[in-house]
Design a protein around this ligand. Structure first.
Ligand SMILES: [Zn+2]
Length: 346
């Protein structure tokens, strides 16, 4: 009698272990979601009720303010600044149409700097740079343009002059850069999202991107940087700690990485406490009460082995996570004080 075959996609084990379940509806201290794309999640339908609805969720969850990192090629910043009321509840970051500028001229950095200068004058709170830099953006000779490319220097000079931080995203989970074999821990996710797979040509390797990150943050000591997603290397907190030690102008957000942090709760707790002055809360997901609640549960409780997604199966990978129960003074900093300090704003 052979065992029946079961497709991986049909396997949906429900943990039998009985554990404590804490519902955290409001963050213990006011928080700022310093990594979100409300242009994408909330306002793309052009629904005038979207912002009041979002404010209701924010008030219910104790979210003081939200960042809008926008999406590539979206609408003028003034429109967004007008839309997001009351103003003190929102931070809007500028984006630069690099693809277009790189196609137009080899002097794209100068054009980008002029464009950015204007965005700051119009009220942008910082600059957001996407992972397309270094992964897909190419100059007119067809060469990949990396963050440390000298031609981008004028952009960072504008940030230093206006004293505005740069929130950048440089890579993705390490597994996305590995072959799609049965040992790839994100196999299931990459099956559903083939465009997230960056293994081999024409993409750079993950290690190369990490070297670029270290170099470029060091190259502009007068600019303060917020590296998205635990410096894009939440799988290796020792590495991220070393990077933060080397680069005093570097901060990072924990957005979209509670799945990584929460599967190594002891190392994560140590990291979060050690770098408590350099870390920003963020989610990078649709702002809902459930999503905020999962993040608060991770940071505030000692709950064990819980699902960090809000769907039927964990969002990324098949593991569950553990809460890190941070001390109050650390929570205060990560939830909002560091974001205020970094952006010098409210
Ligand atoms: Zn994001």
């Amino acid at each position: 009698m052979g065992q029946p075959e079961l497709a991986l996609s049909a396997f949906c084990p429900q943990p039998e272990v009985v554990r404590k379940q804490t519902l955290v509806e409001r963050s213990k201290f006011p928080c700022i979601d310093a990594h979100n794309h409300i242009s994408y999640w909330v306002t793309k339908q052009n629904d005038p009720a979207a912002i009041p609805r979002l404010l209701e969720i924010m008030d219910a969850c104790n979210v003081r303010a939200m960042f809008d990192l926008r999406i590539e090629s979206d609408r003028p910043i003034e429109e967004l600044l007008d839309l997001y009321q009351p103003r003190e509840r929102f931070y809007v970051l500028a984006t630069i149409p690099f693809k277009q500028l790189m196609a137009e001229s080899d002097e794209f950095g100068l054009a980008a700097a002029r464009y950015l200068d204007e965005q700051f004058r119009r009220g942008a709170h910082g600059l957001k740079m996407y992972k397309s830099m270094g992964l897909t953006l190419r100059d007119r000779q067809g060469q990949l343009v990396h963050y440390d490319d000298d031609r981008l220097a004028p952009v960072f000079e504008v940030c230093a002059r206006h004293n505005r931080p740069v929130l950048y995203h440089i890579a993705d989970p390490t597994a996305f850069f590995k072959p799609l074999t049965p040992t790839n821990e994100r196999w299931e996710e990459l099956q559903g999202r083939p465009t997230w797979h960056f293994h081999g040509e024409p993409y750079p390797g993950f290690a190369e991107l990490m070297e670029v990150q270290d170099r470029f943050v060091g190259k502009y000591p007068a600019v303060r940087f917020q590296s998205a997603h635990v410096c894009s290397y939440a799988e290796n907190l020792a590495y991220v700690g070393g990077l933060l030690d080397r680069r005093a102008n570097l901060y990072c957000d924990i957005s979209a990485r509670i799945g990584e942090l929460g599967r190594v709760p002891r190392a994560a707790r140590e990291f979060l406490i050690r770098y408590q002055d350099r870390l920003l809360f963020g989610t990078d997901v649709t702002p809902t009460a459930e999503q905020f609640g999962v993040h608060f549960r991770f940071l505030e409780t000692d709950d064990e082995y819980f699902d960090y997604g809000t769907g039927p199966t964990p969002g990324q990978g098949r593991w569950c996570i553990y809460g890190v129960q941070l001390p109050d003074d650390v929570l205060r900093k990560i939830y909002s004080e560091n974001a205020r300090k970094l952006y010098g704003y409210r």
